[in-house]
Design a binder for this molecule. Structure first.
Ligand code: ACO
Length: 427
């Protein structure tokens, strides 16, 4: 392939370098476009625009490939654990046993959240959506940890990373405890990160809390599968906010808000709401399958299809097995989950879905697992955020260390040309 691209405007030719990534992805570098031609490009939704070069995650939607730092998602989900994957994403290499121990110890150092944060939670209405509360609390961490705001060296950055990993998990579960009217729990530094999540959520002062290790392993896998997905909406938001040198907490808080939307992380909640609606209306999965295929009907089967994965979502394959394991371990008998199974089987054999490559995506199965674990639907996106946290941190860190310029897109102005101001009385 040639290493330049030629653009012709008004009969004049301009040459731009072509950049080729590790996996032969091709990009035209238009850094000098405006300076040389006076023109800009326009690409709403950034469907054709790379915002950065990144060494963190590789994704090929056509081939169903997802890799973190070169390791396949299948290998990581099978052989690693969430904290090890977090280290890999954030620091670039798999940790030695000593590195991992140090990382875990440093996270544990920061698992206590300032008691005054409880006053902030008390200010929210009891039924506030947990994602809104989580975004606010994450932002509030800035006020309680001012040293982590303006990181000027790698040591300060490392501390900010460990603080975020330690405190975010705790405040994420507090949004649920507040909603339930339960006392807020503390992280238990003698237990693992994912086990702590379940304890922080569900352990009550009134009795012992037991949890099957199979459940912890399934959740651990789920967090690994969600840990990064290159330049998606929330991650791009984190990088954009961080590019102004806003601190890590503020950048992550913005990422939480971006993830909340139903077109992004909010889809896992939408899947369960759809299943509950099907149940309420008689549980006829075939009827809803027919509705999804009817072009006159706006209904879509939530949890099916993906913008990037047009063959299969490699995460969905892994998560389907985890969902089956969890359901078998818990022996749940839930009519909503029975509908999910029926829908999945029917859609996978249906010509409409087969011919359009519409397979269940990660949100379809994650919702099923969360429901089986007794996690309320409104908390589903919070779990996505916990899983995505190391990815956001890794991307923010890469952006800062690469000294990327402030994110500031341009626009094509289509409003009114210059006009004269008219005083109110003359309008
Ligand atoms: N149910 C029924 N038909 C569907 C569905 C669905 N879930 N998804 C796509 N189709 C059909 C479309 O109607 C279209 O049919 P046509 O070719 O006859 O017109 C064809 O499949 C292609 O669909 P597009 O909308 O062009 O696909 P796109 O890539 O734009 O959309 C999306 C992907 C948004 C994920 C879509 O499949 C969808 O809405 N799915 C349901 C919502 C969902 O599960 N979102 C979570 C995504 S995963 C994540 O964000 C973590």
């Amino acid at each position: 392939m040639s290493n330049t691209a030629i653009l012709e405007i008004d009969g004049k030719k301009y040459e731009f370098p072509i950049i080729v990534g590790t996996e032969n992805e091709v990009a035209i570098d238009i850094d000098k476009l405006r300076g040389e031609t006076g023109a800009i490009t326009i690409d709403p939704g950034y469907k054709n625009s790379g915002s950065c070069k990144s060494e963190i995650t590789f994704l090929d939607g056509e081939k169903g490939i997802l890799r973190y730092r070169g390791y396949s998602i299948e290998d990581l989900a099978d052989k690693s654990n969430f904290l090890e994957v977090s280290y890999l994403l954030i620091f670039g290499e798999l940790p030695t046993a000593a590195d991992l121990e140090k990382f875990e110890t440093n996270i544990r150092k920061y698992t206590l959240v300032n008691e005054e944060m409880k006053n902030i939670i008390d200010g929210f209405p009891k039924n506030a959506h947990p994602m809104g509360v989580l975004a606010s609390l994450t932002s509030a961490l800035t006020a309680f940890n001012p040293k982590s705001v303006d990181v000027s060296n790698e040591k300060e950055m490392y501390e900010a990373v460990c603080k975020t990993m330690g405190k975010f998990l705790v405040i994420a579960t507090w949004t649920y405890r507040k909603n339930m009217g339960y006392p807020l729990n503390y992280y238990d530094n003698t237990k693992g990160y994912v086990e702590n999540f379940m304890r922080l959520m569900f352990e009550l002062p009134t009795g012992p809390y037991k949890i099957d290790t199979k459940i912890i392993n399934a959740l651990d896998k789920l967090f690994i599968l969600h840990a990064d997905h290159e330049q998606n909406c929330s991650t791009s938001t984190v990088r954009m906010v961080g590019s102004s040198h806003a601190g890590l907490f503020a950048s992550i808080s913005a990422g939480v808000s971006a993830l909340w939307g139903p077109l992004h992380g909010g889809a896992n909640q939408a899947v369960l709401e759809m299943l509950e609606e099907i149940q309420k209306n008689g549980g006829d999965a075939d009827k809803y399958l027919a509705k999804a295929k009817d072009k006159e009907d706006p209904f879509r089967l939530m949890g099916f299809g993906h913008r990037v994965y047009k063959n299969f979502d490699p995460r969905a394959k892994i998560i389907k097995k985890a969902a089956d394991d969890v359901l078998a371990t818990l022996g749940v008998n839930d009519p909503v989950l029975t509908i999910a199974k029926k829908l999945e089987e029917a859609a996978l054999q249906d010509e409409y879905f087969k011919s359009r490559n519409l397979y269940p995506n990660v949100d379809f199965y994650s919702g099923i697992i969360y429901r089986a674990l007794g996690i309320p639907t409104e908390m589903f996106t919070v779990l996505f955020a916990i899983g995505r946290l190391p990815g956001w941190i890794a991307q923010w860190k890469e952006m800062r260390l690469n000294k990327e310029p402030i994110g500031r897109p341009r626009q094509v102005y289509t409003g009114s040309p210059l006009r004269e101001f008219v005083k109110t009385e003359n309008r």
